[in-house]
Design a protein around this ligand. Sequence first.
Ligand code: NAG
Length: 178
Amino acid sequence: MKVLLVFLMLAAGAFASCDKDPEGTNEKLYVASCKPGDPLVVNSISITNDDGSTDYPVNVDATLNLLLNVTNTAKQAYPDLTIDAGIDRYTDIFGICSWIGIPTFGLTSGLNACDFGDTNICPLKVGITVVKDVIDLSQFKAIINILSASEPYRLTLTFKSGGQEISCYTVEARIVKG
Ligand SMILES: *[C@@H]1O[C@H](CO)[C@@H](O)[C@H](O)[C@H]1NC(C)=O
C-alpha cells in the first residue's frame, strides 16, 4: 500500500507541478493572524523602498522600510515584547505544494521587539501604536544566504510578553536578492 502511494505521488509529480502563488503572493504581501483573539492585533504592515514605492517582491539584501500599525487590546501595557520567528519555503513535492521549514540556526528566537532602530515601543501602551523604521536584515545573513528567489516564503511570528504569547501572525511573501 505504501509503495503504491509513493508510486502514485511520483506519477502525479511527473505530470503536475504545483502553482506557486499561495494567497496571491505573486502580487503582494499576505498577512494573517494564526491566533485570532490574541490581545495584540496587527492592523497593517507595509514595506517600502526609499522613494516610498512598495518594496515587492521584498528585497532581502537591502534594508527594509517598515511601517507597522498594531493595537494592544489588553487592559494594560506590555512591559516587554519578544518575537520568535519560524521560516517556511513553499515548494513542489511530487506536484503537491507544501510549506517546508528551513533552518534558522537559533537566530530568530527571543528577538527583542521593543527596539525598532530609533523607536522603543515598550512598554507597549493600550491602543494603537505605529512603528516606522528601517530594519537591517544583515544579522540574518546566514539564513538569507540559503533563500532562493524562486519560491514564496512564510514567516510565522509569535509575539510574547513575559514569556506568554500575546499574538501570532503569518506573513507570506516573494523575495528578490540584490
Ligand atoms: C492604524 O490602524 C487603525 C486601524 O485600522 C487606523 O484607524 C489608524 O488610522 C491607523 N493609523 C495610522 C497612523 O496609520
